[in-house]
Design a binder for this molecule. Sequence first.
Ligand SMILES: Cc1cc2nc3c(=O)[nH]c(=O)nc-3n(C[C@H](O)[C@H](O)[C@H](O)COP(=O)(O)OP(=O)(O)OC[C@H]3O[C@@H](n4cnc5c(N)ncnc54)[C@H](O)[C@@H]3O)c2cc1C
Length: 422
Amino acid sequence: MSSVTPTRTEVLVVGAGPAGSGAAAWAARLGSDVVLADAAVFPRDKTCGDGLTPRAIGELERLGLRDWVRAHTVNQGLRAHGFGQTLHLPWPGGSLPDWGSAVARTELDDHLRTTAIKAGATGIDGVRAVDVRRESGRVRAVTFTQGGRSASRSFEIECERLVVADGVRSPLGKVLGREWHRETVYGVAGRCYVASSTHADDPWISSHLELRNERREVLSGYGWIFPLGRDAGGVNLGVGTLATAKRPADVAIKPLMSLYADQRRAEFGLGEELRMPTSALLPMGGAVSNVAGRNWALIGDAAACVNPLNGEGIDYGLETGRLLAELLAEDPDADLATVWPALLRDHYGESFSIARRLAGLVTVPRLLPALGPIGMRSDLLMTLALRWMGNLVTDEDRDRAARVWRWAGRRSLAREARPLFG
Ligand SMILES: Cc1cc2nc3c(=O)[nH]c(=O)nc-3n(C[C@H](O)[C@H](O)[C@H](O)COP(=O)(O)OP(=O)(O)OC[C@H]3O[C@@H](n4cnc5c(N)ncnc54)[C@H](O)[C@@H]3O)c2cc1C
């Protein structure tokens, strides 16, 4: 924490996960006076699979962190297991990097926050945003509390613009009117760390698409084993399921994670101890409304910027942080209430719309056991699925798979009953 708490700033960023630290780093590099505040004291943990897909690597490279990430672990693609098959699906490359990684969030988030501070942002941790002061339709200041109940103090930081990056539950977003629509598909997932005698430096990340409960029923989700590198000596192991308000996930995540580890122990040389098991929800696919006001905007998980087909959110946090910082630098007086949701729809509307539609289908009982074996029998289908599920398609890509994905996205978006981010 900085020794003197600032009382005002141009850009106030609340939340120092990938979204907030990304936004703060870019806003400071683009010349703004920035304060980056977080309720936690860093380094802090965050429930996550720690997986960095090529999209995330692309954003980290933009931040100048390529060598830092490569010094951890490098993977070349996804090994998909299930329905009697194992397929090796290399990252497609093209306009995105052709490698991925995995870095424990305790370390990644601390490094991202340090990157923002080195860029010129003032970092304050251990301070919780609890309220805002508004004047003439703008947020003028944010109220923070600091310290435990017995010695708590509260203070204000005034700001010209407010970036809300306070994660899945987004308490400050709620104060500002953010609403999360759980009738749209969302994720329920858990992770833990396990030693692995054989797979800590496996060059492939593994996903088990045939995730079964103790009654041997196939669940609408998947299990993952992400190697963290030789130095870390282990893997991030987790399970995730998809749910909607109509079809809630009827699973206890931690017991399911233990069961999954038991099923994979011999093959992946896994140790007995599941360290730091935690679980959390994932808002997905832009399923929130009120993502911005005149001079404030939500980014990352707070804006439900998570890919519904693979649960990836680090990249979207970093991307939305950069996009917002660029927007603020271009037009400091932009009316974010209209410009920000429009920009999010422009960037993610098509891909999130089709992805959440497909993810919603996976929650339909018996669909996955029927379609899974067909998909897993085809290398071609699964190569396409990896590209689409990972949203590894950019505007520059002109090949047929990219065109089909964009076409499906456009059709899906045109049929949305409630606009994304609306
Ligand atoms: C089990 C699981 C596995 C996942 N696996 C992956 C994966 O492998 N790869 C991937 O890309 N994504 C994964 N995700 C998603 C990813 O973790 C999130 O999308 C990502 O962390 C979003 O970043 P963020 O910066 O928006 O929020 P966060 O990382 O949650 O950061 C929010 C920050 O806001 C702070 N905060 C909250 N409230 C306040 C307040 N009132 N005042 C001040 N500060 C506050 C918090 O302390 C926190 O530091 C996974 C998620 C789960 C649950």
